[in-house]
Structures are given as C-alpha cells and as structure tokens.
Design a protein around this ligand. Structure first.
Ligand code: AHR
Length: 510
C-alpha cells in the first residue's frame, strides 16, 4: 500500500482494494475556493474571437449584440464564467492595443504571425472585449504586450481603461464612447516570456517585469493585480527566480502553463484516440497535481503567508486539429476524455485553492479544449462545458478537506489514481462533492463517510456516455448532457455511490 498527500487530499492506492473510500471532513472547512479557478481564456487565434465570440456588428444572420453572439453570451452566463483572459497567449506579445480602438473603418490591419499569418482588421478591440465581459458578468484579465511593446504602451493601456480623471488616455477613451473606466483588476505582464513572448531567461525577465510593473498603477479604491509570465510546466527554476528577484509589492500573481499533451511531435487525434492515448493524456493532465504542489512549495519558501497567487492561466488538452482544418487554428473536437481532464484538473485546483486562485482553460471557443464550438449560426456545448457548469457550485464556496483512498487505473505497467474528488460548502451550508472516475472500463464503488455535520437529503448530477470517444456534434448536439443522478444513498453518516467508467458526478448534501 502506498500513500501520498496532495494539497488537501491524502491519496492512497492499494491493489487489493476494490473500492474507493472517502472521508469528508464536513466539520472543518478550509479556505474559500476562488471562483476565478473556473476562468477561461480567449485569444485572437483561429476562430476563437472572429466567428466564435464576434461575428461583426453588421451581421444580420447570427443574432448578436454589438457584434458578439447572443447564444455565446447566454451559454457562458449560464455556465457562470467568472473571468476571461484576453487577447493572448502568444498573440498578446504582438498586439498593439491602440490599433483596436476608435472608428472601426479606420483601424489598421495586422498580421497574426503566430497563428497562421492571417491578416486581421482589429475590429474586435479593447471596448469590444471589456463591454462583452460586462454582458457576461465576468471579470477581465488583460494580457499586456512585453515582447514587442513598450513600457509606455502598457502603462497607457492601464490609464485608458482604468483612469477616471482627466488625462490624455481617459479623454481618448471618452471620445471613443466610454465615459466611466472599466476598472480592470487583472493584468498579465507578457506571456510565455521563456518562449513566444521573447525567449528570455528567468533572470532577464524578472528585471523586465520590475520595470513594466513599476509603471502600471492602480488606485487605492481599485488596486491592480499584476501577474508575471510564469513557468512552462516543470520549470521550477523559473518560479524560484521570479519569487526571489521581483519585489513582492510589485507581484500579485505568478502564472503557470501546462497542457495535457502526449508528445508535442506526436499528439493524439481529438476523437479517434486509442486507450493508450487516453491513458497518456490523463497521465499528463494529472501531472498538474505535482506541478501545483511543487511550484507552491517554491512560492512558500519566499511567501509563507501565501499572498502571491499561482495563476494557471493556460491549461487543457491539446490534440491534433480536426482533419481538413487549418493546422494553425488549433480547432479540435471535445470528447468524454476532455470531461475527464476538466473534472480531474478542477478537483486538483479546488484542493490547492490556498495558492491557486485563478486558472484559465484554453480556450473558450473553437480552440483547443473549448467549452463551445460554432459553425456559422450553429453552436454546440461540449462535455467540458458541462463539467464547468456542474462544478460551478464550488465557486466561492469553502473547501472541505477530503481523505481519499482509491483504486488504480492501470494500463500496461503504469498506474494512475482512478478516482479524484473535491468538496465544498456554499454560503447556505449546502455541501457539494465532485467525483471523477477516469478508469476506462471499471465502475467504482465509492463510500463516503461524512464526519461532523449531519445531512438529510442527497441528490446529484452525472455526466456519462457509452464511449470515451463520444462527443456532441452539430448534427447531434445533445448526445452528451448532464442528467439527474438519484442512485446515491445516504444512511446516517455514510454515502454509497457507484460511478461508471469515465464519468463525473456532483453530489449535493442538505
Ligand atoms: O493556447 C495556445 C497557445 O499556447 C498560447 O498562445 C500560448 O501562450 C501557448 O503556448
């Protein structure tokens, strides 16, 4: 038998054990799960912005408000999108925000050099994004250009969107139709500075960051939250240098990027994948647990009070593009494998919410692990969308620590923990437990012992489907949808539930 502690969870695996058992410490809530852990990311990449969010304000075919699709707004509001990162990604370090404000007919074009070399007309810019977020009810996270921009350009962007008084930038904003500032809190200072953002060393970037952040100021009433471009997966040196070399009054968050990818040179098909590819994807996705544990430990060394957040502002499954689509547009379908990645990763983030206080799934629409796919006037919601919707009960709820003892999911000589779990209590005292069984063939019998409080009623929702490769299509958009789950029993302090292979269940206790 082996045991290991990950965040608030104690995992232990035992080959002889046929069941998963969980102890729910319902009498001891921990920190609040920041709702921004359920955040999203939208880049000017392929059809994420153009054709995804935005169809143009003269479009008479697809119902829209100021060019933004009404169906997308409705779906993301229903899912409770808490925060949206924009405009990139790699694109952010090529983006000059001043080209995207003012009269649309006079805006200069630009070449999207990272994503297919397409020419774009800058018709979706700062006002379009920030006004759209108001309609979504979502907080905004702007990713600033460090790679090819200037300190002045970024500090003027802050002034343009946030300054209430009279200034050259706020006057220009008013002239462009927006009187009151948007008060954007979250600002990224570059993206992937170790790669597409400038191929910098950690030491060099830390100095650059010090300079940029010095000239990005908030107010007492609306302080800004500056996020450093973070490590690529297991680059722990990067986090160490940033925590060591950047004065902490300039630093509110450090990013981390990790994609569930099998091999960057030999990815997997998004739909017709084998079990071997499924296992390898899950192995890469579950590595997130080790990553947030180790990056957090480095941060603890310099910041034991956990003032600085770990912001996982890009994560998700990355596969081959759909056959026949532009390879630079990163358009992929979304199956039950993606539901497993989303559910397991969100459990990890919940359980590490003392340090992980924002995460942004890449990317919202038509790119990578999207929650929405569009085809002209049609739209489909993916299995990942439904996981995000089922899990939104955890947003701003109090984490309940769980002790988990689970079977292995084995493939060849390798093993992964079959079940993951997290739990929380909302402001009304209602408890939610989210469970994911990634085993591709085996149902898991789970017994949950509820310690502390007493509950009388149990209900639930399940996301399941006969095949791992199942997905929603424009012809069959409702193939996979959450269903009511009433097969969990509650007797005294014991819950019994059977979770089918590759399924997600969220239970509610009252
Ligand atoms: O999400 C796609 C790309 O992945 C982003 O632009 C970049 O930051 C990362 O490498």
């Amino acid at each position: 038998m082996k045991s290991f502690i990950l965040g608030a969870i104690l995992f232990s695996t035992n080959v002889a054990c046929a069941q998963t058992s969980i102890i729910l410490k319902a009498d001891s809530t921990a920190q609040t799960i920041n709702k921004n852990i359920y955040g999203h990311f939208a880049e000017h990449l392929g059809r994420c912005i153009y054709g995804g969010f935005y169809v143009g304000d003269t479009n008479k075919v697809i119902p829209n408000t100021d060019g933004v699709r009404n169906d997308v707004i409705a779906a993301l509001r229903k899912m409770k999108i808490p925060v949206l990162r924009w405009p990139g990604g790699c694109f952010a370090d090529t983006y000059h925000w001043k080209d995207g404000v003012g009269d649309k007919s006079k805006r200069p074009t630009m070449v999207n050099s990272w994503w297919g070399g397409v020419t774009e007309d800058n018709s979706f810019g700062t006002h379009d994004f920030l006004n759209m977020c108001e309609r979504l009810g979502a907080d905004r996270y702007l990713s600033g250009n460090v790679g090819s921009g200037t300190v002045q350009e970024l500090s003027e962007w802050v002034q343009y969107v946030n300054f209430d008084g009279k200034s050259p930038m706020s006057d220009w904003r008013r002239k462009n139709g927006r009187d009151k500032p948007w008060n954007v809190k979250y600002w990224g200072i570059g993206n992937e500075a170790w790669g597409c953002g400038g191929n910098m060393t950690a030491e060099y970037y830390a100095n650059i960051y010090r300079k940029y952040s010095t000239f990005m100021t908030g107010s007492d009433e609306h302080p800004i939250f500056r996020i450093a471009s973070g490590a690529n997966s297991a680059d722990y040196h990067w986090t160490d240098v940033l925590m060591r070399d950047i004065p902490h009054h300039l630093l509110q968050g450090i990013a981390l990027h990790h994609y569930a990818v099998i091999d960057w040179n030999h990815k997997s098909p998004a739909v017709d994948f084998s079990e071997q590819q499924y296992f390898a994807s899950m192995k890469s996705a579950l590595m997130m647990n080790e990553l947030v544990t180790k990056h957090s430990a480095i941060m603890d060394k310099y910041d034991p009070e956990k003032k600085i957040a770990l912001v996982v502002d890009e994560w998700g499954g990355w596969y081959d593009v759909e056959p026949g689509t532009n390879p630079a547009f990163l358009y992929q379908q979304n199956t039950m494998r993606d539901a497993m990645i989303a559910a397991s990763t969100l459990n990890i983030f919940n359980n590490h919410s003392d340090r992980v206080r924002m995460a942004n799934l890449a990317q919202t629409i038509n790119v990578l692990q999207a929650v929405i796919l569009t085809n002209k006037e049609k739209i489909i919601l993916t299995p990942t969308y439904y996981v995000m919707e089922m899990y939104n009960v955890h947003q701003n709820a109090k984490l309940i620590p769980v002790v988990l003892n689970t079977d292995d999911y084995s493939y060849g000589n390798e093993k992964l923990p079959a079940v993951s779990a997290s739990a929380s209590m909302d402001s009304a005292g209602v408890v939610h437990i989210s469970l994911a069984n990634i085993n591709s063939t085996k149902e898991e019998s789970i017994s949950i012992k509820v310690e502390g409080n007493k509950y009388k009623k149990i209900s639930g929702t399940i996301l399941t489907s006969p095949r791992l490769q199942d997905h929603n299509t424009f012809e069959n958009p409702d193939k996979i949808k959450p269903q009511t789950f009433s097969a969990a029993s509650l007797k005294g302090d014991l819950i019994k539930v059977k979770i089918p292979p590759f399924s997600v269940i969220v239970l509610e206790l009252k």
